[in-house]
Design a protein around this ligand. Structure first.
Ligand SMILES: CC(C)(COP(=O)(O)OP(=O)(O)OC[C@H]1O[C@@H](n2cnc3c(N)ncnc32)[C@H](O)[C@@H]1OP(=O)(O)O)[C@@H](O)C(=O)NCCC(=O)NCCS
Length: 190
């Protein structure tokens, strides 16, 4: 399984069927908190549903369409990060993520998105552009691309149906040239 060590205590590790039990527990114990912003909670009722999702991500990986990682913090599964298929023709992709509520506030997701871009999107895969979409009122999620220097491209109106209502999406993007510039500046400061 592929892995990326982020800090002494945090690690990205490719999701595998053996993670299904812990991932389902994390989902099930965070159901109402996650349901506010994610559309798939009602389709995840049993460990087998989580295992099916993990197998889907493994197929995605085999088809060269991106990888889903579990985010591990001090040996516990804290959340996940992955991409929604890669558009190889236009050299771009979109990142999606979530954390259990108890793992918020530690910079885990900001670090995970940054590591994902450093190791895969702009390096191994050589893509030109990455996007992150979040509901306009999902301020914690929007803060992640904002913290990492993404640009706000605009708002997609009534873009997602969440159980009983539509939400608008803010669309953020980062280009390869911008990512290189951020790294160049970081190096100068080191
Ligand atoms: C979106 C979500 C992942 C954001 O989680 P988060 O903990 O706010 O994000 P991070 O892990 O990057 O942590 C950032 C927080 O840690 C703090 N932090 C501590 N150390 C940090 C570090 N080294 N780097 C960055 N931030 C750090 C930041 O100040 C920030 O806290 P604040 O909001 O109180 O200022 C989480 O709220 C979530 O999963 N929500 C439900 C599902 C969801 O909305 N998914 C996204 C759909 S688009």
């Amino acid at each position: 399984m592929r892995r990326i060590q982020m800090t002494e205590h945090s690690l990205l590790k490719q999701l595998e069927p053996a993670d299904a039990k812990e991932m389902f527990w994390l989902t099930d114990t965070n159901r109402s908190y996650l349901r506010q912003w994610l559309p798939w909670l009602d389709y995840t009722k049993r460990v087998e549903d989580t295992e099916q999702f993990i197998r889907m991500t493994m197929n995605q990986y085999s088809n060269n369409q991106g990888i889903h990682y579990g985010i591990w913090y001090k040996g516990r599964l804290a959340g996940t990060i992955g991409v929604h298929n890669i558009d190889w023709i236009n050299k771009k992709t979109a990142i999606g993520y979530w954390l259990g509520a108890q793992f918020q506030g530690k910079g885990l997701m900001t670090n995970a998105v940054s590591a994902y871009m450093d190791h895969l999107i702009f390096t191994s895969w050589g893509l030109e552009k990455v996007t992150i979409q979040a509901a306009t009122e999902n301020y914690r999620s929007r803060a992640i691309p904002e913290r990492l220097g993404f640009h706000l491209e605009g708002v997609l109106r009534r873009n997602e149906f969440l159980y009983d209502h539509f939400v608008d999406h803010a669309v953020y993007s980062l280009l390869r040239s911008e990512w290189e510039e951020i790294h160049r500046r970081k190096k100068m400061l080191d």
